[in-house]
Design a protein around this ligand. Structure first.
Ligand code: NI
Length: 169
């Protein structure tokens, strides 16, 4: 396994609409293992393939709080098939926007389909922080960041701070 470099915004590679995965291969399973390791190391609760420079529809997520209760998801071609009318606010962050946070409103409950690493189609019905995190990660696959959900004023402020952060690296 390997740690992968995470792309920091603003970066055109985070604005790309990713392609569907056609076939689940060993290389793809290795990529998902590396993504999960990279996410835990950061540490974060979700990571999407474009954040590590791969323009494929793949995300990994683990919102469990304790070390001994890990529950990770590796999702290929995740697709929201139903979303509640009820919305909820969460303070979101992103490994591609280090140390930046904002309140984002999203549907509280979602149903989604995805392909697991064994190539099987799965259906997940979820709410709370897991639903928020999955929606955030699926946004990445469409070239969207959490700051695209907030006011332009606040977004520009965060992007300016990130540009300074990157200049200082
Ligand atoms: Ni993110």
């Amino acid at each position: 396994m390997a740690l992968l470099p995470i792309i920091v915004a603003p970066d055109p590679r985070l604005k790309v609409k990713c392609e569907d995965v056609e076939e689940v291969t060993g290389d793809l399973r290795r990529l998902m293992d590396d993504m999960l390791e990279t996410m835990y190391d950061a540490p974060g609760i979700g990571l999407a393939a474009p954040q590590v420079g791969v323009t494929k529809r793949i995300i990994v997520v683990d919102v469990s709080k304790s070390e001994n209760d890990k529950h990770s998801y590796k999702m290929i071609n995740p697709e929201i098939i139903w979303a509640s009318d009820q919305f909820v606010d969460y303070e979101e962050g992103c490994l591609s926007l280090p140390e930046q946070y904002a309140q984002v409103k999203r549907p509280e409950e979602i149903h989604l389909s995805y392909v697991d690493p064994e190539g099987m189609v799965q259906i997940l019905k979820t709410s709370g922080i897991l639903a928020t995190c999955i929606q955030h990660e699926i946004d990445h696959l469409d070239g969207k960041l959490f700051v695209d959900h907030i006011s332009k004023l606040r977004r520009d402020f965060i992007i300016r701070k990130l540009k300074k952060y990157k200049a200082a690296l």
